[in-house]
Design a protein around this ligand. Structure first.
Ligand code: FMN
Length: 193
C-alpha cells in the first residue's frame, strides 16, 4: 500500500455525530451538533466533548455544568446538519423542528424524545486546547428506547438507525455485524456427534 503523507490534522474518521442539548440559567434550551466526542472511561463512565468557545452551547454548558448527548437516527439527518450550521443565537432550533423534550433523571437539561438514546452528563473539568475546549463529563444516566431492548436485556444499537460522520459526509450505520467482541480468539463450540 503506497501512502501519501499529509500534515497533521483532525482526520479521525468515522465518528459518531450527536445532538447535544444544554440550557442557560434562564432555562432556555439549545441544541447543537457534535462530532468531536469520545468515551474516556468506563468506571466512572466518562465522556469528552470538544467545543469551540464561539458556540452558544459553550456558554450554556459552562454556566450550568450539564448537557445531554442525544444519539439521533438517520431520519433526523437534516436536523443534525441544520443544528451544526446555525446557532441558537440566530434561530430557536428546538422550536424550528418541533423537537419534543422530556426531563432528565439527574440533571436539569432535557433529552430529545425523537433520539433513541440519550446520555445525561455532568461536567467534571474543562481543558483548553486551542481551537476547542475539551469538556470531560461523567455520564449519570442513560435513556434507551425500550424497543431496542430484547427479553434478555441486550440493547440492539444496530436497530436504532444511528448515523456516523465521515470526512464531511453523513452515513447510516450498517445493521449487519461483521464480528462480535472477542470473536477472533473465541474457540469454536464442539458439535455433539
Ligand atoms: C457534523 C458536525 C459536527 C460538528 N462538531 C462540532 C464539535 O465537535 N464541536 C463544536 O464546537 N462544533 C461542532 N460543530 C459545529 C456546531 O454544531 C455549530 O457551530 C452550531 O451552529 C453551534 O450551535 P450553537 O451556537 O447554537 O451552540 C459541528 C457541526 C457539524 C455539522
Amino acid at each position: 500500500m503506497s501512502k501519501e503523507v499529509l500534515k497533521g490534522s483532525a482526520m479521525l474518521n468515522p465518528v459518531p455525530v450527536v445532538l447535544v442539548t444544554s440550557k442557560n440559567k434562564d432555562n432556555k434550551v439549545n441544541v447543537f451538533t457534535v462530532g468531536w466526542i469520545g468515551t474516556a472511561a468506563t468506571r466512572p463512565p466518562m465522556i469528552t466533548v470538544a467545543i469551540r468557545k464561539e458556540r452558544l452551547s459553550y456558554d450554556y454548558i459552562k454556566s450550568t455544568g450539564e448537557f445531554v448527548v442525544n444519539l439521533p437516527s438517520k431520519d433526523m439527518t437534516k436536523i443534525v446538519d441544520f443544528c451544526g450550521v446555525r446557532s441558537g443565537r440566530d434561530v430557536d432550533k428546538i422550536e424550528k423542528f418541533n423537537l419534543e423534550l422530556s426531563p432528565s433523571e439527574k440533571i436539569s437539561v432535557p433529552i430529545i424524545d425523537a433520539c433513541p438514546i440519550a446520555l445525561e452528563c455532568k461536567v467534571k473539568s474543562i481543558i483548553p486546547l486551542g481551537s476547542h475546549d475539551l469538556f470531560l463529563a461523567e455520564i449519570l444516566s442513560v435513556h434507551v428506547d425500550k424497543a431496542l431492548i430484547d427479553a434478555k436485556g441486550k440493547i440492539h444499537y444496530e436497530k436504532a438507525n444511528l448515523i456516523n460522520y465521515c470526512h464531511g459526509e453523513y452515513y447510516p450505520m450498517n445493521q449487519k455485524s461483521i464480528g462480535k467482541f472477542g470473536f477472533s480468539v473465541q474457540k469454536k463450540k464442539k458439535t455433539k456427534k
